[in-house]
Design a protein around this ligand. Structure first.
Ligand code: C5P
Length: 249
């Protein structure tokens, strides 16, 4: 991967709400080849530093795509949503730390020991943020009831986020709607990474509940994840810049 950035990006502060919107924009590389990913990264240029590598790209291309992104000066959010016995998750997080990723995801439902083991393993890479997924937004209260979880989805989100933070996680992945509840209930000192963001005036695609960048930030998101609006734009850099403007405005 070429087009290296000139400087190493400084780590994000403890409140995770940087004044520089470029520190808060994450571009989702939901593609299946390293070549397609590289094309997007080059097209975005220096409008964004952090790229989300999820299970599609990672399964297709493996860790080399992560190494190449980092070697070119980008940060990587490794979104593999680890959920297994503590020993296995800890070992996987240790490997992710060796790759030098900046952020990764675990399922909060793995609970205390798994989360603590993940957080401990992440310490090998200072600044590596362990983010917890609470309730997948594809699930509703009936789905939760079917697996024996009572109460509203929101109750479960807050409960799981509380468990995640109590066990050392640095933040959560949450929709904008959940973000405002989580800020009200749990405060400011953790990251909230929010997907489902669409620039003002664009189509929703298959996202059901969407918010604009400004709405996500106002809801309490420390970071926003944007995929297709940037990756499928005719001019990804211009689209990313427009989103940065909306985040600041
Ligand atoms: O292309 P789009 O902006 O919809 O991509 C959003 C990214 O965020 C995708 O990688 C998707 O898997 C992820 N995501 C989401 N909704 C969630 C959790 C993750 O869209 N609730």
């Amino acid at each position: 991967m070429h087009a290296a950035l000139p400087n190493r990006i400084p780590e994000i502060g403890v409140s995770y709400r940087s004044h520089d919107p470029r520190q808060r924009l994450i571009v989702a590389l939901d593609v299946s080849t390293a070549a397609a990913a590289q094309k997007i990264v080059v097209a975005v240029g220096d409008s964004a530093f952090t790229y989300k590598v999820g299970m599609q790209l990672y399964t297709a291309e493996g860790p080399q795509v992560v190494r190449d992104l980092i070697a070119s000066g980008r940060r990587v959010f490794l979104d593999l949503k680890y959920h297994d016995i503590p020993n296995t998750v800890g070992a996987a997080v240790a490997e992710a730390a060796k790759l030098d990723v900046s952020m990764l995801t675990v399922h909060a439902a793995g609970t205390g020991k798994m989360l603590r083991t993940a957080v401990d393993a992440a310490k090998a890479r200072p600044g590596l943020m362990v983010l917890a997924v609470t309730v997948l937004t594809s699930l509703d209260s009936h789905d939760l009831e079917n697996i024996g979880v009572r109460g509203t989805v929101e109750d479960s989100v807050v409960r799981l986020a509380t468990i995640a933070l109590a066990n050392g996680c640095h933040g959560v992945v949450a929709s904008a709607r959940e973000a405002s509840t989580l800020r009200a209930e749990l405060g400011e000192m953790f990251a909230i990474v929010t997907p489902g963001v669409r620039p003002a005036g664009t189509s929703a695609g298959d996202q059901v509940r969407i918010v604009t960048p400004a709405e996500a930030i106002a809801s309490g998101a420390s970071h926003i994840v944007v995929g297709r609006p940037i990756t499928e734009a005719a001019d990804p850099a211009a689209e990313a810049r427009a989103i940065l403007g909306q985040m600041s405005g």
